[in-house]
Design a protein around this ligand. Structure first.
Ligand code: PMP
Length: 342
């Protein structure tokens, strides 16, 4: 909740907030987003990351004229685009709430698993997170992502990076860090300064579906897509809060925190039952037993430290080295206590 973002919202409201048409702030934000992300020549706004992914999928399928969508186990792209782990039978748990698209779920980080995915001639796009967020902060292998990029190129498949979470990993998003450029990118969350936000964009060729001058047949209506509050908050956030060097700092702090949490776990008798994964400012604690994870969660809470119950942590800009130190000490205290009571 940075003061500058609040001020930008208040200032914007002075000019009215139900504009009902394209307005200056929308253009300004589009230019900022295009300047940051190598893959985005043109961008459109939505109200959430879920909606951005739905629009990106539709745009990609329209572009290729195909109907299959490749996704990965444990991928999370929104409340209606959620894929669980592969079961013992090799089939994924797919949410009953998912939209009725033709999804093909492949194993994450398994180059051999791509053979089956790309055997489908009707595959139109692949949607992937460079670090699976809700799936437990599992980073993709760079080699896997390069292979995926090459396969998409060879088969005329649109590659979409869901950077709703991972764009925080570098000024130009995780795609900058991985050195791989997708055809489309989706964004959301913190980029909107904490207001309701989503965006999807990509190469001029793919986004041309929306361009009336290029006979594009697509339109994207949405009452609140360019709402003044979100546009103003996002502009202030991109201009003042998310300078690449500040993002670099918060991600380094995350890397240091992960290392230190790893050392605390290694020094504990519970070392075989706990682990920590992630990249930069995205981290997740894992336990071999759900009850152990709950005990750690409540043990930390007892010490005044709040992480997500599923072990997930994301460092915000206001978290300091002292906060990080308190979490490391807190985890050490919790593990001592659990070991003593065993
Ligand atoms: N994609 C990813 C990678 C996400 O982490 C999320 C939100 N957790 C979404 C999409 C959906 O975004 P929203 O909650 O804004 O719909």
């Amino acid at each position: 909740s940075p003061e500058g973002v609040k001020q930008a919202i208040v200032e914007a409201l002075e000019g009215g907030w139900a504009i009902g048409a394209t307005h200056e702030r929308e253009v300004e934000l589009a230019e900022l987003v295009c300047a940051r992300f190598a893959s985005i020549d043109q961008v459109r706004f939505t109200n959430s990351g879920t909606e951005a992914n739905l629009m990106a999928i539709g745009t990609a399928l329209h572009h290729t004229g195909k109907s299959g969508i490749g996704v990965f186990d444990r991928g999370y792209h929104g409340g209606v685009l959620s894929f669980g782990p592969l079961g013992a039978d090799g089939r994924p748990a797919e949410s009953p709430l998912n939209v009725p698209h033709r999804f093909r779920v492949a194993p994450f980080n398994d180059p051999a698993g791509l053979d089956e995915l790309f055997a489908d001639d009707d595959l139109g796009c692949v949607l992937v997170e460079l670090v699976q967020g809700s799936g437990g902060c599992r980073p993709a292998d760079e080699a896997f992502i390069r292979e995926l990029r090459a396969r998409c190129d060879a088969a005329d498949v649109v590659l979409i990076f869901d950077e709703v979470m991972t764009s925080r990993l570098a000024g130009g998003g995780a795609q900058e860090r991985f050195g791989v450029t997708p055809d489309m990118t989706t964004l959301g969350k913190y980029l909107g300064g904490g207001m309701t936000f989503g965006a999807f964009g990509g190469s001029r060729a793919v986004m041309a579906g929306f361009d009336p001058a290029a006979d594009g047949a697509l339109t994207q209506a949405g009452t609140f897509n360019n709402n003044v509050v979100s546009m103003a908050a996002a502009i202030a956030t991109l201009r003042n809060e998310l300078a690449p060097d500040r993002l670099h700092d918060v991600n380094e702090r995350g890397d240091r925190l992960r290392e230190r949490l790893g050392s605390v776990i290694d020094a504990s008798p519970l070392r075989d039952e706990l682990s920590v994964t992630g990249l930069g400012s995205m981290l997740c604690l894992h336990a071999t037993d759900d009850r152990l994870l709950e005990l750690v969660f409540f043990g930390l809470m007892e010490r005044g430290l709040s992480i997500a119950r599923r072990g997930f942590m994301a460092l915000s800009m206001s978290i300091t080295d002292d906060d990080v130190g308190a979490l490391v000490d807190g985890l050490a205290g919790v593990l001592d206590e659990l070991t003593l009571s065993e």
